[in-house]
Design a protein around this ligand. Sequence first.
Ligand code: SF4
Length: 613
Amino acid sequence: MINKISDEILLSVEKPSRYTGNEWNSVNKDISDIKIRFAFCFPDVYEVGMSHLGMKILYHLINKRNDSYCERVFVPWVDMESRMREKSIPLFALETKSPVKDFDILGFTLQYEMSYTNILNALDLSDIPLMSSERTKDHPFVCAGGPCAYNPEPLAEFIDFFIIGEGEEVLPDVLDIYALWKDQNTSREDFLEKISNIEGVYVPSLYDVKYKEDGTLEKIVPKKKDYPAVIKKRIIKDLDNTFYPEEIIVPFTDIVHDRVMLELFRGCIRGCRFCQAGFIYRPVRERSTQKLSDTAKKLIDSSGYNEISLTSLSTSDFTDLPDLTDKLIEEMEKRKVNLSLPSLRIDSFSLDLMEKAQKVRKSGLTFAPEAGTQRLRDVINKGVTEEDLIKSATLAFSGGWNGVKLYFMIGLPTETMEDVEGIADLGNKVVDAYMSVPKEKRGKGLNVTISTSSFVPKPFTPFQWEPQNSIETFTEKQKALKSKIKNKHISYNWHDSKLSLLEAVFARGDRRLCKVLVKAWEKGCKFDAWGEHFKFNAWMEAFIESEVDLAFYANRKRNYDEVLPWDHIDIGVSKDFFINEMEKAKAGELTANCRAGCSGCGVAVFEGGVCVE
Ligand code: SF4
């Protein structure tokens, strides 16, 4: 069956181009020749999903195989969803408009905990049972990967298998086994058992979970001894010789990141103690300058984009950045293409580079000191001093910039009111730095924005055992900070800590949260990360009705010897290292970055990248 989305429907919804497909460089295949149909679903709207690099890579990677066809699926916005439900149109893939239910495998990418209800909604709209235990051979296998898959337990009852680590490594092995299984026509369980032996695959239904009387976990154990007791992440060793698309889809409508993305490296050398990405993607593996500049040219030529962005966790840590940017600027100038440089540590080199690279409006520069005092910046191992910040800001103001955004987190472990107030002090010092620049050199109309988010303790970080502040404490701290900010050049905004509370629950949750997710979704929760759709009260009812205590997950301090829901997942970084880092945090001691010296985190077992340099 192929859906026909009528013009009448398209004309009645916001942004119809979210649903039409057929964009430049999208892949067309004859489905009668295809053995494996893969639906790649980003659990959010088109313009968010289309901006995601992982989706671009895996879409083209799967489509390189002659036996497979990967199509894209996004969650319809509420207006389209109600039309689809009215007219009984099931969720469909963009390329062929086929219902998702007709596919062999449905893959979700888990970028953010607050997309989980959208996954349930997508399954329901596809007419696929929410519970993996209720699926039959008529249904696709449902898999999920991405950063949130590192703690798969809160979704364990809905997902047939998880991919832990880099999809480029694991997916081809899964597809090979699927092709054989399809010919053999054996049971669903048989396929899941077979893939459970692939490194980087976790099949939650093959594991039993036992709890202690106090509600903490006793153990998660394989139901049979031939299933792996620990699931080890898979990573690519050599990024230069791995697939990277040379064509990308060009949307007909504006998307969040509407440009070519060039991924310089994976991982981060820094080791900030709150940052999950910094640990799960270890070790740092770089692409070569030659490979990057060749890929950049091909991507620009095949897409016609006029902007290219260098994406990585901390772009300025790329070892060959001066040479790479020189090469790119030279090539891109010829093609009248702008280079955009996010996540730079600001120093004179990078400011110079920003001047050269983009025709930037000299208004917005972003710094992320994360904490207001040096003591707390040392606790989180940020490795940035006040002096660095003031020096960079002064440099930027002397170069004509007049706007600075400062990002902070409140609720970090060991934080006191002094640290919170330190945020306002730092803002004032940035204003002073501007005033110290002669009038004729600086831009007019200074604007300093202070933003605070609420700290969310994440699995696989040194802070994974720490409690999150209560909503009351967050509110108290936000109020105190607001009252301290008196300077007319500074504005202050903060994120809703109610959302961060739920994020904390699901980030460190276990299987008992599956029922809360179903209840919340039944009460209409979806697009939770979109302010206008966030239904906090419905969520609270879902917790009460499921008899699940939020505080147990969000606000409780764990002991080092407690079994954690993600203990059966192995990212290479050892628990001892995290404990050691937590103890160093309490003592305010710094840990050097991986290039300054290896601190023996354990990930060297992967024998790649920065660990063997
Ligand atoms: S083993 Fe050493 S160099 Fe490698 S990621 Fe860990 S700390 Fe960094």
